[in-house]
Write a protein that binds this ligand. Structure first.
Ligand code: PRX
Length: 635
């Protein structure tokens, strides 16, 4: 027996021990008993972190959509697979059964095939949170095309960079999207992006906001008429275990975004197994993850993990504040949601509104509360636990990353006792290590260091699209024979982990990973700007917000500060997206630098945090005098 569903602490320890002592036997049993294979593997695992090369279930053949759809038809054909809750609360919810979903995925897959998409082709998906988004992912997987979803809040420039990086010939989008009281002209953004993407041949457009949009002859087509004509049946392409399933871009601290490549079998097994246990999902539960499918959380825990378990997964189109800040709770009551998974930034924003908006609704269906994306602070944890969970629904603070594919450190609800702000224990099969700066592993408890993982797990990313060297350098070069996460963490007296935050130049704003370099590049494009540096500073809702220090070519120009600030934020919005806008922009006469010319972000970070009592020795800087002037003019 593979202990697919862990129910008490003793069992967790026992299964964990097995997963570490005999990882191959352990994962083989999980894979064997709970999934549909066209052919079983020849070898469970091969790995070499120095290359790095990792393969799971080598030789196996499967299609992930047969696991998410076909195999449920006999027993769950009429069960709701996707429960779509629209932006507008007056529009009825849509209940898409497993049979409906199977048929709609086949129709979409047949349309893609008709457009010449074949196994291994990359398809860009830039679609808001409407059912077509989930269906598009599954349709690609059905025919073996590699999907590359770009969050539909990214700018045209961010979109074109991602389309070109992995050479997509087909783009799926919508005429527009609803976001609270606003509508967004998505197709306009796509048109602008495609001016820089000469290789895109086909754009398929879903209808959502019924706006009058421009359709380019020979390139753009409305999706619905094509779907209506397509067959509801279709054979799934037989894939190798290690065939890429998707590419998903994540920010790096430098350079262009990294296209993380996830492969088929390991990703499926791990996301399904974590979903079942971390949310303790049971057959008639309604599960809701509020993330957007544009991020890894949506890929793994709105689409693949839940559907592989035959779950009912809610997809919400809107925002937590529309029509008011009670919307999340209204949805929980309306659909009797049992597991609710959201981000600390949303919890903080809702907590600010007071308890009345929560108490208005019946939340008695809730069994498990999840948190993901950034460290959850003590105050938010207690509010979530007490006001939302009424002290009876355990909080699973799940730590993981785009790169890890699935949840890595987390409590198992009703199994692992929770502790505020702690992600607690490694999930089954995960072997974390804390390292000091010299590269030595810190053994024992009550230690703090850099978080690494020292053994492969099935859903880890296999490479960066088109740049394996960067994959090695970023994740496998800092510590020998270990995957380096980029996060710091501590282990307490009982072995519980608490993630302390990024140790590189990635800043997490409202749960979104933002690299500083691309934002600085955008600012530096402004003709008045000489150079800039971005740091994070604490923010009560966003967790961290961005503080920009900007040196102008001619300091006299700072007379027009407000306009300059607007122009700089507009540039950032155009190049990356509104999420990367700066909260504060301080114009400086210079930036503190080492003698070799490196900007001292550590000092700038302390100033932004109002923590100037201990700036360390600044006398060795190239230009120590600028530090005082920056402090004096701090915003
Ligand atoms: O710093 C960690 C933080 O988010 C980073 C990964 O971001 P991304 O790839 O966008 O994936 C987010 C959703 C999985 C991590 O390196 N992070 C994520 N979850 C937590 C967290 N930090 C603390 N606690 C968490 N639960």
């Amino acid at each position: 027996m593979s202990n697919y569903h862990i129910k008490h602490l003793e069992e967790y320890f026992q299964v964990y021990r097995k997963s570490v002592r005999e990882p191959e036997n352990f994962w083989e049993e999980v894979a064997e008993e709970h999934f549909l294979w066209r052919k079983k593997w020849d070898k469970v695992l091969s790995w070499d972190f120095s290359k790095p090369e990792v393969t799971w279930f080598e030789g196996a053949k499967l299609n992930i959509t047969e696991n998410c759809l076909d195999r449920h038809l006999a027993t769950r054909g009429d069960k709701t697979a996707i429960l779509f809750e629209p932006n507008n609360p007056d529009e009825p919810a849509e209940y898409i059964t497993y049979r409906d979903l199977y048929e709609r995925v086949n129709q979409f897959a047949n349309v893609l095939k008709d457009k010449g998409v074949t196994k291994g082709d990359r398809v860009c998906i830039y679609v808001p949170m409407i059912p077509e988004l989930a269906i598009a992912l599954l349709a690609c997987a059905r025919i073996g095309a590699i999907h590359s979803v770009v969050f539909a809040g990214f700018s045209s420039k961010a979109l074109s960079t991602r389309i070109n990086d992995c050479d997509c010939k087909v783009v799926i989008t919508a005429d527009g999207s609803y976001r609270g009281a606003k509508t967004i002209d998505l197709k306009g953004i796509v048109d602008e992006a495609l001016e820089d993407c000469p290789d895109v041949e086909t754009v398929l457009v879903a209808k959502r906001i019924h706006s009058d949009i421009n359709m380019k002859e020979g390139r753009d087509e409305w999706l619905q008429p094509l779907l209506d004509k397509a067959s509801k049946e279709g054979k799934a392409e037989v894939m190798d275990a290690e065939d890429p399933l998707f590419i998903l871009y994540t920010s790096g601290s430098t350079g262009k975004p990294k296209g993380m490549v996830h492969t088929t079998a390991g990703y499926m097994v791990y996301t399904a197994y974590t979903f079942k246990n971390v949310f303790q999902y049971r057959e008639h539960d309604v599960y809701w993850c509020t993330a957007d499918i544009g991020w890894i959380t949506g890929h793994s825990y709105i689409v693949y993990g839940p559907l592989a378990n035959g779950a009912t997964t809610v997809m919400f189109e809107g925002v937590p504040s529309y029509p008011d800040f009670g919307r999340f709770w209204e949805i929980v009551q309306k659909h009797k949601v049992n597991q609710f998974y959201t981000a600390p930034t949303a919890i903080r924003a809702l907590a600010k509104q007071g308890a009345e908006l929560v108490e208005k609704y019946d939340l008695s269906s809730l069994k498990v509360l999840g948190s993901v994306g950034e460290p959850i602070n003590e105050e938010a944890w207690h509010w979530y636990n007490d006001v939302v969970g009424k002290n009876k629904s355990p909080i699973v603070d799940t730590w993981w990353q785009t790169e890890t594919g699935g949840i890595m450190i987390t409590p198992i609800p009703f199994v692992t006792p929770t502790k505020p702000t702690f992600a607690t224990l490694p999930f089954i099969g995960i072997q974390p290590a804390l390292m000091d700066e010299s590269g030595t592993e810190l053994k024992g408890n009550q230690v703090e260091g850099r978080l690494c993982i020292k053994y492969p797990w099935p859903s880890m990313a296999r490479t960066i699209w088109g740049n394996h060297e960067r994959y090695r350098d970023t994740y496998f070069s800092a510590y020998e024979n270990k995957y380096f996460t980029g996060d710091g963490a501590l282990r307490d007296e009982v072995g519980y982990y608490r993630i302390t935050g990024r140790v590189d130049d990635v800043i997490i704003v409202s749960g979104h990973n933002l690299g500083t370099a691309p934002i600085e590049d955008a600012i530096n494009e402004h003709q008045a700007v000489a150079e800039s540096a971005i740091v994070g500073f604490p923010h009560d809702v966003k967790g961290s917000a961005l503080y920009g220090y900007v040196t102008l070519k001619d300091f006299g120009e700072a007379r027009n500060q407000d306009n300059l600030r607007k122009e700089i934020n507009q540039l950032i919005s155009d190049r990356i997206g509104p999420i990367a806008k700066l909260d504060k922009i301080q114009f400086t006469e210079g930036l503190p630098k080492t003698r070799s010319g490196k900007i001292m972000r550590r000092i700038l970070r302390k100033i932004a945090e109002n923590n100037t009592s201990d700036l360390g020795d600044i006398s060795t800087l190239l230009n120590p005098e600028v530090v005082q002037s920056i402090i004096d003019n701090k915003l």
